[in-house]
Design a protein around this ligand. Sequence first.
Ligand code: ADP
Length: 172
Amino acid sequence: PAAAVHADSAVPIYGVPGTAKERTFIAVKPDGVQRGLVSDIISRFERRGYKLVGLKLLVPSVGLAKEHYADLSSKPFFAGLVDYMTNGKAPVVGMVWEGPAVIKQGRVMLGATDPKAAGPGTIRGDYCLTIGRNICHGSDSAESAQKEIELWFGGRGEVVDWASNNEEWVVS
Ligand code: ADP
């Protein structure tokens, strides 16, 4: 895809993988929102030192959810997964987080896809029990992060470059 660039920045909205400007797409799924876990999940990333550069609350369209999970379209749980994400019983919180190794570390902080295999101290290991209600999403590679940030935030100027005053204490 064409490099989507924030109007005010030379940094593509999906960041620069492998640098302190690496970015990932993290979402709190409807069960996480319904259960009041948004602030905890944001807090974990914020306290670690990662920088929030995109944030939105939405009920995704069926088209958006199908594109987001396109790799899983042949799975038996696909229809249920799309319904869970889009039925509007609760919205999704979509976020873009920035910082060193945020793609890999974001996945570590989420824990294993199946919460029964997720360690204590991870979001899934602490707060959920089944794979069909695992409360959060995180991009699994630089390619996925680019695709997902462009899909959820692309072209709308919704990813914000800003300089954190903490940066010299967190990143050097
Ligand atoms: P991850 O979300 O950790 O990247 P996957 O890409 O494998 O994991 O799966 C995407 C999402 O699909 C999972 O987070 C989960 O919500 C759902 N899912 C995966 N496997 C199953 C399953 N066997 N039954 C129901 N839902 C599933």
